[in-house]
Write a protein that binds this ligand. Structure first.
Ligand SMILES: Cc1cc2nc3c(=O)[nH]c(=O)nc-3n(C[C@H](O)[C@H](O)[C@H](O)COP(=O)(O)OP(=O)(O)OC[C@H]3O[C@@H](n4cnc5c(N)ncnc54)[C@H](O)[C@@H]3O)c2cc1C
Length: 359
């Protein structure tokens, strides 16, 4: 029997990438333990930026066996994107030409919950409020200290560890692997409750003097907004205060207009104080190694202009499960192929990004 089948696989992080890879692995008949440092109540209610899913997501959601559940949920249909990118004339990318006809602006918390529920239903042992301590590789086995109230036998043995901790790449960093940055960027994120839905369902992007705005209608009368900026240029002037957020918003034209800010009236309330989050592009120096690999943002991050982080998380989860399955079948090249595919995707993305920013 393959050593990979003799002990469970540990997935660290239960965002979209972690829940997806756990699901794929469990459906291959492998024993999977998946942990997240957040408490269950946080996981199911947290407000997180990243809601645009393109029409192509349908295929992956089917592969994850969640398509019917996804379709029945309260996600908002999105018929395209519009951009005022260094011009006053909008460009439209209309999804109507796509066979699926539309993408989605998802209820992110509900989407993640759906992926975790699916992982549980196929046999993944899910532990929230749990993080990892010491991690040592002993021959073909990882000895990992799990820190939580309900997992007391420590350290535990695992055959393989998957880093799905998002852009902090917690496991990879523990192994001493650095991240290479293509571009540094921050985002000032705010979620609004509006009295009525926006007039159109598109994602809107708009450049302003020192950055760009993104806004999208999301379910339950909410709107997600983010102001993207380069830290080196703006660090002194962007803060997460409501006054600063409002002042930056008023420097936009189409975004402010869309939100009803221009006439002096305010047609929304902030659901939480604005927050500054990382929105850089980068990739790990090494996305996998003996007995471990990274998926989703832990492996690499895209600029939000690509609107591709969720898709990449699920695609990398599927490819990672395929690579592990290949190892079990006795092929020793599958991790190398996984790494190659990830690097190629990142390089293609960098080309696209440079085209957008003209750098
Ligand atoms: C401003 C902005 C806008 C975006 N917009 C879009 C968009 O419109 N469409 C799109 O597709 N993508 C978008 N993205 C990107 C998208 O949100 C990410 O690509 C996606 O969240 C990656 O999923 P993940 O599972 O890899 O990581 P995450 O969602 O970050 O999940 C990581 C999980 O790991 C857990 N964790 C972290 N550290 C530990 C630890 N030490 N131990 C245990 N658990 C841990 C966390 O609690 C979390 O649950 C956007 C990103 C930004 C910054």
């Amino acid at each position: 029997m393959s050593v990979l089948k003799q002990r469970p696989i540990l997935v660290v992080g239960l965002g979209p990438a972690g829940a997806a890879v756990a699901n794929f692995l469990a459906r291959l008949g492998l024993e999977v333990i998946a942990i997240d440092r957040s408490a269950e109540s946080q996981l199911s209610t947290r407000l997180r930026i990243g809601e645009s899913l393109p029409p192509d997501a349908k295929h992956l959601l089917k592969q994850l066996d969640v398509w019917q559940t996804f379709k029945a949920a309260n996600h908002q249909k999105c018929y395209g994107n519009q951009a005022y990118w260094h011009t006053d004339k909008p460009t439209f990318h209309d999804f109507v030409q796509h066979p699926v006809g539309h993408g989605w602006h998802i209820d992110r918390a509900a989407f993640e919950q759906m992926l975790r529920d699916k992982a549980k239903s196929v046999g993944v042992a899910v532990h929230s409020n749990t993080s990892i301590g010491e991690m040592v590789r002993d021959g073909d086995v990882w000895q990992v200290e799990l820190k939580s109230d309900d997992l007391c036998s420590n350290p535990r043995e695992f055959s393989f560890v998957i880093d799905a901790t998002g852009r902090q790449s917690w496991v990879a960093r523990k192994l001493g692997i650095e991240r290479l940055y293509e571009a540094e960027q921050l985002a000032l994120v705010a979620f609004l409750q509006t009295s009525q839905d926006l007039k159109d369902s598109t994602s809107l992007v708009e450049t302003v003097e020192n950055g760009w705005w993104y806004s999208a209608q999301i379910p339950n009368g909410r709107v997600a907004t983010a102001f993207m900026f380069a830290p080196s240029k703006q660090q002194q002037t962007v803060s997460s205060s409501v006054e600063n957020w409002r002042s930056l918003l008023s420097q936009s034209q189409h975004t402010a207009e869309r939100l009803g800010l221009v006439e002096g009236k305010c047609e929304f309330v902030l659901l939480a104080p604005p927050k500054i989050v990382a929105a850089d592009s980068g990739i790990l120096q090494q996305v996998c190694g003996k007995g471990w690999l990274a998926v989703g943002d832990a492996a690499m991050t895209y600029d939000p202009i690509a609107s591709h982080g969720l898709m990449m998380s699920m695609v990398s989860a599927r490819d990672a499960a395929g690579a592990i399955n290949g190892l079990i079948d006795g092929r020793d090249d599958t991790l190398g192929m996984y790494a190659q595919r990830m690097c190629q995707s990142f390089m293609q993305y960098c080309e696209l990004r440079r085209g957008f920013y003209g750098v």
